[in-house]
Structures are given as C-alpha cells and as structure tokens.
Ligand binder design. Structure first.
Ligand code: AHM
Ligand code: MG
Length: 354
C-alpha cells in the first residue's frame, strides 16, 4: 500500500495556518475561495466547446482588446465568491478599469485581491491552456474601504500569490511566503490534491520562452541575450525554445523544468518602452512565485518585487526564471541598452499620486 498522504488544498492551507498562531483563518478562507473559484472556472473552460459559450463578446477591456465570454464569466465568478466574505476591502481585475469596491451592504476586511481572471484568453478558441493569476496584499490604509494605496503596493509586500492553470489537468499553484505548492484537481471528487510540494526551480534550465516573432523590435542587448541562450556565438549547448503565448503555461513549465521567460521592453515606440505584461495582474504574482521557488524576476534593470507601482494597469518588462539566466539578461542590457534604460527609467521611478 502506498504510504503517500492524500492532502487536500484545504488541509494544506490549514496546516500552514498552524505556523501562525495569531492567524484568524481569514487568509486561509481567502485562499480556499480562490480554489473554489478555480473549480467553477475549470468546469466552464473544459465545457467551453460544448455549451456554445465560445466566441468574443462585444465588450472591450481597458486595453481595447476583445474580451472572450469566458473572461467575463471568470471575472464575475471570482468577484461573486469574494465580495461578501468580509475578508476583502477591495478587489482589482485586469478586466476592470478601476478598483472594484466591496458592495456597501457587505462587511469589509483586511486584504485586497488582484486578479487576471483568464490570462491568455486569445488561446481559448484554439484549445490551448489558459490560466487565472491572483495576488493578495494586506490593507495598509486606515480606510475601511480599500484605496489605491492598498492596491498599489510593491510585490515585495505580497501576502500571497498564485495561479490556476487550465491545461491537460487543472492545477492551482500558490505561495503564502512559505515555499510554492501545487495542487491538481481531481475532477471526479472536485478536490485539489497536493501533487507538487515545495516546488524549487531546477538549477539546470531546459527552456527559454519568448515571442521570437518580436525579435526585430528587441534591443541589441536582448537580441544578443537570445543568441547567447541559443549558444550561437560560443561553444555552449543551446536551451530548448518553448513558447505557448499563455503566461501561466509558459511560467509553469519553466518552473517545473527550469528556464527563463521574457517579454522585454523595447524601443519600437520610445514613449512606451515597457513591453506588454501588466505589473499588478501578471508580473508581481509571477515574480513572487519565482523568488519563492528559488528563482528571480527582473524588469531588465532590477527586481520586479521592489518596483513601486504607479498605476493599476501599468505595463512592465519581465524576465523571469532561473536566477543565473535572468541576471545574464540584466548584464546584456547594462552593456548594450543605454538608450533603452534611459527611456525606461522615468517609468521605473514614477510615483503614484495618492
Ligand atoms: P492577456 O492578458 O490579454 O490574455 O495577454 C497576456 C498574454 C500572456 O498570457 C502571454 O504571455 C502573452 O500575452 C503573449 O503575448 P504575445 O501574443 O504577444 O506573445
Ligand atoms: Mg493577462
């Protein structure tokens, strides 16, 4: 008989809570509610082709992109599970322009939740893995209702972050600052079971991941870095290239196999030198998880976790994965990309107005 313990996500979160004698269970409940949201969203993503929910809605999100119907479903599911629990004082979603207030007839709590309900949603119609990304900050303002000050905190202060991947199986991976743990959904019983305890990025990387179609826009430093990863100019074994175009999937694979993902800034439009990723909804959570798993995330200049956010929907360059590979990119940027660093610096140091 196998001696391996079967541990549900609920049990695991409760065990972790025991390490914090002063914990009230609020945080535990919040993480469990994310797992519940994930189960409901997973149910719909796996049935998407069957129930005619596929296809784009007429709505556009704040970036002018078409929202898929499942985006809206996922967004509303997470909101509706969390709005009335008394644990949160505000939420923010990639799909909403402004901070989402807790309805006035519900109690407010001491955390804020940020989420990208369905990341990589352009992949839905072609049956490629997508994901949900979430991050939790503690309230720091004196206000009962969450303010921009509570939401726009550096990633360094995150209380927890994680993602759900809707792939060949559904997994939830999270960290509350005590390592990174992964759970796989057993659809027959509807439970997330501990499948990947204390994930560490393997020291020897296997893959690099980037949208190589953008290479002509990359800075000289990033182009040279890409050649270095491919072992072009020296006698080095190249890394394999894997790119799904779904951050959660690309990050997850590299977390388990070792590697680096990058969506760098560029000089295509020097007034927007920061690439595509969103700091608050994508980069902070991934940076936190990477560091908890022994890796590192940089904007090309320094640690993403140390950036003071200035706006809810700001974008940020990201290079994330094995520390040595990320630092190598920083070194190339330092050597070759002075013009880019100069163009990006004002955004790096921009302060919020609250
Ligand atoms: P989304 O939030 O609009 O879904 O976009 C984010 C996605 C990421 O999942 C992925 O890493 C990236 O966009 C892919 O971008 P590209 O198509 O430019 O390679
Ligand atoms: Mg996204």
């Amino acid at each position: 008989m196998s001696k391996t313990k079967i541990v549900t996500i609920e049990r695991h979160i409760l065990e972790q809570q025991k390490n914090h004698p002063s914990a009230t269970g609020t945080f535990t409940g919040l993480l469990y509610d994310m797992a519940l949201s994930a189960k409901i969203i997973a149910r719909e993503t796996t049935r998407a082709g069957l129930v005619g929910i596929l296809g784009a809605s007429d709505d556009h999100n704040v970036y002018g992109e078409r929202q898929q119907k499942l985006d809206i479903f996922a967004d509303q599911t997470i909101f509706r599970i969390n709005d009335h629990t008394g644990r949160l004082c505000a939420m923010a979603s990639e799909e909403h322009e402004d901070i989402i207030a807790i309805p006035p007839h519900f109690d407010t709590g001491k955390y804020v939740l940020l989420y990208d309900p369905l990341d990589g949603s352009s992949n839905i119609d072609v049956n490629v893995s997508i994901g949900t990304i979430f991050a939790v900050h503690r309230k720091i303002s004196g206000s009962a209702h969450g303010t921009a000050q509570d939401i726009l905190q550096p990633g360094r202060r995150l209380a927890a972050a994680g993602y759900v991947i809707y792939g060949s199986s559904t997994m939830m991976v999270y960290s509350a600052g005590n390592g990174v743990h992964g759970f796989t959904l057993d659809p027959s019983v509807g439970e997330f079971l501990l499948s990947h305890e204390n994930i560490r990025i393997p020291p020897t990387a296997m893959y690099y991941s980037a949208n190589a179609g953008n290479e002509k826009y990359w800075t000289k430093g990033m182009q040279k870095y890409s050649r270095w990863l491919q072992g072009m100019d020296e006698d080095r074994k190249p890394l394999g290239h894997r790119y799904i175009g779904s951050l959660v999937s690309d990050f997850h694979r590299n977390l388990l196999r070792g590697g680096v993902f990058f969506y760098p800034g560029d000089m295509q439009d020097p007034s927007m030198p920061f690439g595509k990723m969103r700091l608050m909804f994508e980069a902070q959570a991934m940076a936190f998880l990477a560091e908890q798993a022994g890796g590192y995330a940089s904007d090309g200049v320094g640690n993403i976790l140390d950036l003071q956010p200035y706006s809810l929907h700001q974008r940020v360059p990201i290079i994330v994965g094995n520390r040595d590979l990320v630092e190598k990119a920083e070194a190339y940027i330092r050597e070759y990309d002075h013009d880019w660093i100069e163009a990006y610096s004002p955004f790096r140091h921009k302060q919020p107005t609250f």
